[in-house]
Design a protein. Structure first.
Length: 176
């Protein structure tokens, strides 16, 4: 679970998120002819799944997750959780407050970001991002001809005054 959904029955799982984003797109389409996408972190992953075959004029990703399987593998490795153990236990609560789930893991493995993404995409990435690794971001950018701005010493979570100023400038530059 993630963010405000921690205590909700409606799980923050890819299937639900993709469904929710499809509904958001339909609503947005009823309001405007051109749809732009802004997504951050896991929102980028879910948006890529939901919108890879939909007409979006431009996308903007902040600290995007472009390879969820790699992130899950990194967590599994970091906490010595094998695939066999996760399959047997179905859910494993980690000391960092995250829960590894077998069904979530299976969905991610079955739905990698390897399809056609024709949307012009601008990415803002922090060089000290501890979640999304540079090699994944750069491979995504190369595969889909995305532009990438790297903020030196920026983190995954842009929250300092300096990071937010860079974000504002980046957004202004890319929206023109």
């Amino acid at each position: 679970m993630h963010g405000e959904r921690v205590d909700e029955e409606y799980a923050c799982i890819p299937k639900n998120c993709v469904s929710d984003l499809a509904a958001v797109y339909e609503y947005a389409k009823s309001l405007a002819p051109d749809i732009y996408l802004f997504a951050c972190s896991m929102g980028a992953y879910f948006s890529l799944l939901a919108y890879h075959d939909i007409n979006i004029k431009q996308s903007f990703f902040l600290s995007p997750v472009v390879n969820m399987e790699r992130i899950i593998h990194n967590m599994m490795e970091g906490f010595q959780v094998s695939e066999e153990r996760l399959k047997a236990e179905h859910e494993i609560r980690l000391p960092i407050g995250q829960t590894l789930e077998w069904n979530y893991y299976c969905y991610v493995k079955e739905n990698p970001i390897c399809f056609e993404w024709k949307v012009p995409t601008a990415i803002l990435y922090g060089s000290d991002d501890n979640l999304s690794e540079w090699d994944e971001i750069s491979a995504f950018a190369e595969r889909y001809q995305s532009t990438v701005k790297v903020l030196e010493h920026g983190e995954h979570y842009f929250h300092t005054e300096e990071q937010l100023k860079v974000f504002d400038r980046w957004a202004d530059e890319n929206l023109l």
